[in-house]
Design a protein. Structure first.
Length: 266
């Protein structure tokens, strides 16, 4: 967000009044929500650099025994407009009208990620794209990867991919104080599925086909500010999701058949 960073928010004061560190507050919140919020994300909420989602807002109101109007006023102040609010449609850098362009752009986003890589959805199956994600995780130990599922995998290729990620990294280990692999399953089962891939510098969002009624084989390539917003979206979703931290937990997710056929990453 633009403007000065706010450090004396009621949100932060509520934590300090209870003599909690950021790590301790995050642990208490996760017990209430079943999520995996970390100290870094909680600190961003406190300063107003990031906005808190509804599920975590409810948990924080319960934890601190304060209303949302008090706790999150510093986040909701319209004077703190985001750079994305100001840049508008200039963030759409390219319209992807062909399936091959869509896959190529998603591979480029995954391959170009250096700090954060967020992938959402349960329908991935394109091997070049999945391989690009695995390569980024394997080659860049400081890269933080968030993988958000909306229901069990729709294709066996995604289930294999998740197991491969767990072979490459242990989600319970930390690097520089941060867990660099976070896989979460959004519940309840009827939660609306989101489809995108985002890094700190670019993002791709698949769109309904321009060529017929079936599939999502088109999309938009977005610039840095929009990508930053989607990274936050994914981090928030992952923090509220049920963590999947072991191979047994992934294997227990039976591949779910059926549903609308989607081409490209979802």
């Amino acid at each position: 967000m633009t403007g000065s960073v706010r450090v004396d928010s009621p949100f932060r004061e509520a934590r300090l009044a209870r003599n909690l560190t950021l790590e301790e507050a995050a642990q208490h919140l996760n017990k209430k929500t079943g999520g995996s919020t970390d100290a870094s994300l909680l600190g961003a909420w406190e300063t107003g650099r990031k906005r808190t989602g509804l599920k975590n807002r409810r948990g924080l109101c319960e934890l601190y025994e304060l209303s949302a109007d008090i706790l999150f006023a510093h986040q909701d102040d319209r004077e703190a407009a985001s750079a994305l609010d100001e840049s508008g449609t200039t963030e759409v850098t390219r319209l992807l009208t062909r399936y091959s362009d869509l896959i190529e752009a998603m591979v480029e986003v995954a391959s170009g990620a250096r700090e954060q890589l967020v992938v959402t959805g349960s329908r991935s199956r394109e091997q070049p794209y999945l391989t690009a994600i695995e390569s980024a995780v394997e080659q860049r130990p400081d890269l933080v990867h968030y993988r958000v599922l909306y229901g069990p995998p729709r294709h066996a290729a995604l289930a294999v991919h998740l197991l491969r990620l767990l072979e490459l990294r242990d989600p319970r280990e930390r690097r520089n104080g941060v867990r660099t692999l976070q896989i979460g399953l959004v519940e309840p089962p009827d939660a609306m599925e989101r489809f995108f891939v985002a890094s700190e510098s670019a993002a791709v969002v698949p769109m309904p086909s321009f060529h017929g009624a079936d599939g999502f084989d088109c999309g938009i390539l977005l610039g840095r500010e929009a990508a930053s917003g989607l990274v936050q979206h994914g981090r928030e979703a992952c923090a509220s999701a049920r963590p999947l931290e072991t191979m047994d937990a992934v294997r227990a997710l039976a591949v779910r058949p059926g549903g609308t056929t989607l081409q490209g990453e979802r």
